[in-house]
Ligand binder design. Structure first.
Ligand SMILES: CC(=O)SCCNC(=O)CCNC(=O)[C@H](O)C(C)(C)COP(=O)(O)OP(=O)(O)OC[C@H]1O[C@@H](n2cnc3c(N)ncnc32)[C@H](O)[C@@H]1OP(=O)(O)O
Length: 422
């Protein structure tokens, strides 16, 4: 077990072993302001959270756990379908009594280089608050949007099963059986999506139910094509709310996942046709979701939430840039500044339209663009525009026209999306 003692505050960082999980988990819940944790929650915690030996980090003031930080590996889909191993960072907390003394900074300084040395080209996380992670080289790489749909205004007729395909209600066990293969097809075609482990399906279908999560059984609907293959899954709950004799019964989508356009259209149409529902809450969706345009009146879908979602940090520039594909071929020299000394340097990219086929090497050639590693993070999955960041003064255009040229290379036809909370 390696130790890392702070210079003068006596707080020790160390990897936590199984004996320390309960105290670590309690500290993590306290950090997230959850006080109602029970012994059952603590006992179930390792089956809910992936605890990788050596990658569960605690900060200890004497025997007291005052900081938590946990990482595990996930496969991340890059533009063009390239896959790379990402270091997923989660459970980041510092107890209220120990905040703003640099503990998070110390945990990052220990774990990010370790992730790069393991061969993880990027780190990813869901930021609780926007200002936390930019200083550590992370940038917002995917965004999320939620809509509330005024169902009677959609102009959609009753749901009719598509020719050849069908929608059926299903039990949780069927979803656990069919879901992983469906998700695997889905996530490989969506930049920003990440792999799921078996635990995800157990927790999200109620097989493992920690009291703190207050599980409520949802409805599950599966879309099958004419060969019987499961191409889509819709998970939703409905509130039994009436105003006098008029049913309101808002329907909230928990998860919607489709591997084909037919499945996507069919499941939305189905969801918008459930009797008694006057409002549909979409849950988190990609900002360019097709849903509003599926409606006869797209204004029936009102945006209720819009914000940054998955943040990314490039740890190995050549490996990350090689993993994705580009909109066209072309060459670009990037000068990347990285305060933490992890990924900085000058890199020449000779872009290919095939994932894994670009050439990326360090170079002494003059740079076309100069930026901080956090800007590279925001650009990586294709969601952000180089021209936009240059307008803000966050990217320096050293060769005239390089920003627009870089956008032709990096931007994607659909926005990246990460549907998972981790
Ligand atoms: C992936 C996830 O798990 S997201 C969940 C993140 N956790 C939470 O939001 C739980 C509640 N918050 C916390 O536990 C803590 O405030 C943390 C973990 C966010 C920060 O821990 P700390 O040990 O206080 O951070 P640390 O002292 O290393 O701060 C480093 C710098 O970031 C700044 N910073 C840290 N947190 C925040 C914040 N929430 N908002 C703005 N600035 C912040 C600090 O001011 C400091 O700046 P400085 O170097 O200019 O002085």
């Amino acid at each position: 077990m390696s130790h890392d003692r702070g210079q003068d505050d006596g707080v020790d960082l160390r990897a936590v072993d199984e004996d320390g999980y309960a105290a670590w988990t309690r500290a993590c819940h306290r950090g997230f302001l959850r006080s109602a944790i029970t012994d059952e929650d603590l006992a179930l915690s390792p089956s809910v959270l992936e605890m990788v030996p050596g990658r569960v980090l605690g900060a200890y003031d004497g025997d007291r756990c005052v900081g938590t930080f946990r990482t595990f590996s996930r496969e991340l889909t890059a533009p063009g379908g390239g896959l790379l191993t990402a270091c997923a960072v989660s459970s980041v907390t510092v107890t209220a009594t120990h905040r703003r003394r640099g503990l998070l900074g110390r945990m990052m300084a220990r774990e990010l280089p370790a992730a790069r040395d393991r061969g993880e080209a990027v780190a990813i996380l869901i930021a609780a608050e926007y200002p936390i992670y930019g200083r550590f080289g992370f940038g917002p790489a995917t965004w999320t949007t939620e809509w509330t749909v005024d169902v009677p205004r959609t102009g959609l007729g009753r749901y009719e099963p598509p020719r050849g395909g069908r929608v059926d209600l299903a039990e949780a066990a069927e979803v656990r059986a069919a879901g992983p293969a469906l998700h695997d097809r889905f996530r490989r075609s969506v930049p920003g999506a990440i792999s799921r482990d078996a635990r995800w399906w157990q927790v999200n279908t109620g097989e493992i139910q920690p009291p703190i999560r207050q599980w409520r059984d949802p409805f599950y609907a599966l879309y099958r094509d004419d060969s019987g293959r499961v191409d889509g899954l819709l998970v939703y709950t409905v509130e039994d709310i009436w105003e006098g004799k008029l049913p309101q019964c808002p329907l909230t989508v928990r998860h919607a996942l489709a591997a084909t356009p037919e499945a996507e259209r069919a499941l939305w149409h189905y969801a918008l046709s459930v009797d008694w529902t006057a409002k549909l809450h979409t849950g988190p969706r990609p900002p360019d979701d097709v849903l509003p345009l599926l409606l006869g009146d797209p204004r029936a879908a009102q945006v209720t939430t819009h914000g940054d979602y998955m943040w990314l940090r490039v740890l190995d520039v050549p490996a990350a840039l090689r993993a994705r594909s580009y909109g066209t071929t072309g060459s670009l020299v990037l000068r990347i500044h990285d305060e933490a000394g992890i990924a900085g340097g000058r890199y020449e990219l000779n872009a290919s339209t095939e994932p894994g086929a670009s050439e990326v090497r360090t170079t002494t050639r003059d740079a076309d663009l100069a930026m901080d590693v956090r800007e590279l993070a925001a650009l990586y999955l294709g969601d952000e525009s180089v021209v936009r960041l240059a307008t803000l003064g966050r990217i320096e255009e050293l060769t005239p026209g390089a920003a627009a040229r870089a956008d032709l290379l990096t931007r994607t036809s659909r926005r990246p999306w990460c549907p998972d909370m981790f």
